[in-house]
Design a protein around this ligand. Structure first.
Ligand SMILES: Nc1ncnc2c1ncn2[C@@H]1O[C@H](COP(=O)(O)OP(=O)(O)OP(=O)(O)O)[C@@H](O)[C@H]1O
Length: 654
């Protein structure tokens, strides 16, 4: 369904996006309305926020899609809106379900390629309660002179850069000052993340639109479509809220572990890449605008470049509009840098983000329709693997069944170095356990001990109810007693390595069928058929005849995952599966792993991708110096770390 989205390359031109959107909306039979912005675009073109409405105005179930809150991110949201409208034509909605699409709510920012609006306001800081005093951000005031310097280069700029570098050093890097900068501020109209001095045009217009089209609804799912935070090419599903509310439980019910909830607050933290310290989000606005409805506000956030790189691009753009000339060569360079920080000119990124987002839309719409049918089992057509993220009922551990794997009290020494000092873990069928911890804490060694790629010196390992027999060694340690049993059990434990470990002299297909043919003794045609199905699942149908050297790292890792799945493992061990990849290839692999989680595979994952671990895991183990220092469900462990060591680790990595 979403493997080849109709729009393959995003346009970054306002007029083109608008024309595409209107054409798609008309073809879909939507009711169209336009809201004229008071200012024009850079070529004098008039600017509008457009609204497409599908379904009956009195429908009680409503889905809302908002694009372009941060203008320059608009091409992604607009492409999603147009593609979804076009793809599902002709639309047939049940009487009681409607769709409201708000196209480019900050059209000025989109047309001028700015994240902010015409008043330098970050719209996602503007939806505060303007009857009260805006929040204070004293720490931003200290940083402001370093962030907003009138010189592009020269002594003043050097001093500003040095001051910023010193602030970063004192706070543990950019991650230490980002929560202050991105919290938003209401005192410096020329500053970054400025929230404004009152409701801006886009704020008022969104509220007008919701007052006109959304008042009748009682169950509402809202998507606000963003780019620029999180791992490259990974569209994360978030819900941002100042406090708990009924929509969040609904969201968890619908999307399960795929949904991360970001609870905001002055000192709140999150590993999602967005600012938990900020207020005034669109998510708050939509809830306020529909006080009687159950509203699930969602944000899709498609990761691009590192936080500091994106922030530098935003800072340069701020300088350009305050002190520079947009049409100078330097101005054009700054604009191009900003655009590529939010909309990478990378078809793979664009397709992945588009396809995954349409999957989320499908999922939400199916939920709304199911409410009306009184259907309790949620079913939605599944999208193809590499981009399918929004599945039916989210999987979870099957309690009451025999654990898929149990490991007790593992010890491992390398000569004098004691690497594991009694580590235990168990995973129920369908459970995803992630192991996190500093480099050298023993995570990989532990994983390798589970399938005896390393021989533990002590401990017990039980896979699918069968315990690996161990015998004592002369030095008082232990080793497997029966290598044939080890081989048999190993065949039930899949392993995905950091460096893929594909055979370079075999094609992708040969790599996948090799073990099923020789270890499982499957017939060739059965193995080949299964391999093709798995290649389809990981989005590599067309690569079966290629050699690993002809594939990108991300494709090789997806092929390696298909090879692991070919053995129909009881448990899959993944050892830092994305850490050897270029940043732009991480997202595609994470999406495949997330799909495996959602399909109910049992997995033990070693990873440094904290946000991802939080999303997909049912349980997280924090390892420190070869011991489990802390373990628990991700929400608890990340929000309330009990040990100082975990607190420090999270502060360093988030
Ligand atoms: N084969 C080996 N021989 C000797 N020492 C080893 C061996 N394998 C691992 N070690 C040591 O064991 C310790 C734990 O390594 P391990 O790779 O398990 O850590 P980790 O937590 O996975 O780290 P990272 O996150 O950097 O991958 C390290 O000090 C490492 O140098």
């Amino acid at each position: 369904m979403h493997q080849m989205p109709p729009v393959t390359a995003y346009s970054v031109d306002y007029t083109t996006l608008r024309a595409r959107f209107i054409a798609a909306a008309q073809k879909a039979g939507a009711e169209l309305h336009e809201f004229r912005h008071p200012l024009n675009g850079p070529r004098g073109e008039p600017l509008f926020t457009d609204v497409a409405f599908l379904g009956r105005r009195d429908a009680s179930r409503l889905m809302v899609l908002i694009s372009g809150t941060h203008g320059v991110e608009g091409p992604y949201g607009s492409a999603c809106q147009s593609a979804w409208l076009a793809e599902s034509c002709p639309w047939s909605l049940p009487d009681d379900t409607a769709i409201l699409i708000v196209h480019l709510i900050n059209p000025w920012g989109m047309a001028w390629s700015r994240r902010v609006n015409e008043d330098n306001v970050d719209l996602n800081r503007n939806f505060i309660d303007w009857r009260a005093d805006p929040p204070k951000n004293a720490r931003y005031a200290e940083l402001h002179p370093a962030l907003v310097c009138h010189e592009w280069e020269g002594p003043g700029r050097n001093r500003a850069d040095e001051a910023l570098a010193a602030a970063m050093k004192a706070n543990g890097g950019y991650a230490g000052i980002a929560p202050v900068i991105e919290a938003g501020q209401y005192d410096f109209p020329d500053g970054l993340f400025y929230g404004g001095s009152g409701p801006v045009w886009s704020n008022r217009t969104l509220n007008d639109i919701l007052a006109t089209f959304a008042q009748q609804a009682s169950d509402v799912v809202v998507f606000d479509l963003h780019t620029g935070a999180g791992p490259y090419g990974y569209p994360a599903l978030l819900s941002v809220a100042e406090n708990d509310h009924s929509g969040l439980a609904w969201g968890k019910d619908v999307f399960g572990p795929a949904l991360s909830v970001v609870v905001t607050g002055e000192t709140a933290t999150t590993d999602t890449g967005i600012a938990a310290t900020a207020t005034g989000y669109v998510s708050a606005a939509v809830r306020k605008a529909m006080p009687k409805a159950r509203v699930l506000p969602l944000v899709i956030e498609c990761g691009t470049l590192e936080g500091k790189v994106v922030s530098d691009a935003v800072q340069a753009d701020n300088w350009l509009h305050l002190f520079g000339k947009v049409d100078s060569p330097l101005g054009q360079k700054i604009k191009a840098t900003l655009q590529s920080a939010f909309i990478p000119e990378d078809l793979n990124w664009q397709r992945t983000c588009l396809g995954a987002s349409l999957g989320y839309f499908d999922r939400a719409l199916a939920e709304l329709k199911a409410l009306g049918d009184g259907v309790t089992t949620r079913v939605v057509a599944s999208a193809p693997a590499a981009v399918a993220v929004a599945q039916a009922v989210p999987a979870g551990p099957k309690t009451g069944e025999r654990p898929a794997v149990e490991v007790y009290d593992i010890h491992k020494r390398f000569g004098p170095l004691s690497v594991l000092n009694g580590v235990s873990v168990s995973a129920q069928p369908g459970e995803v356990v992630s192991m996190i911890g500093s480099s050298g804490s023993g995570k990989s060694t532990f994983l390798r001990c589970i399938n005896l790629l390393e021989q533990p010196n002590d401990g017990r390992i039980v896979v699918d109810g069968e315990e690996i027999k161990m015998k004592k060694t002369a030095d008082g340690g232990a080793m497997p007693a029966d290598m044939r049993q080890v081989e048999r059990i190993r065949a039930r434990v899949g392993m995905v390595f950091q460096n893929f470990n594909l055979w370079p002299h075999m094609t992708v297909l040969e790599n996948i069928i090799e073990a099923p043919l020789h270890v499982l003794k499957e017939g060739r045609s059965e193995a080949v058929e299964h391999a093709h199905a798995l290649l389809k699942k990981v989005g590599l149908s067309d690569k079966h005849a290629q050699y690993p050297g002809q594939l990108s790292g991300g494709q090789q890792q997806r092929a390696a995952i298909a090879r692991t799945l070919a053995m129909r493992p009881k448990v899959i061990l993944l050892d830092e599966p994305t850490s050897a990849l270029d940043p732009e290839l991480v997202g595609e692999v994470l999406l495949v792993i997330r799909q495996l989680a959602e399909e109910g595979n049992t997995m033990i994952l070693v990873t440094h991708e904290m946000q991802f671990a939080r999303e997909v895991s049912h349980k997280i183990l924090f390892l420190h110096q070869g011991k489990v220092e802390e373990e628990g469900p991700p929400a608890e462990l990340f929000a309330n770390p009990r040990s100082e060591r975990l607190r420090q680790f999270l502060a360093r990595t988030l």
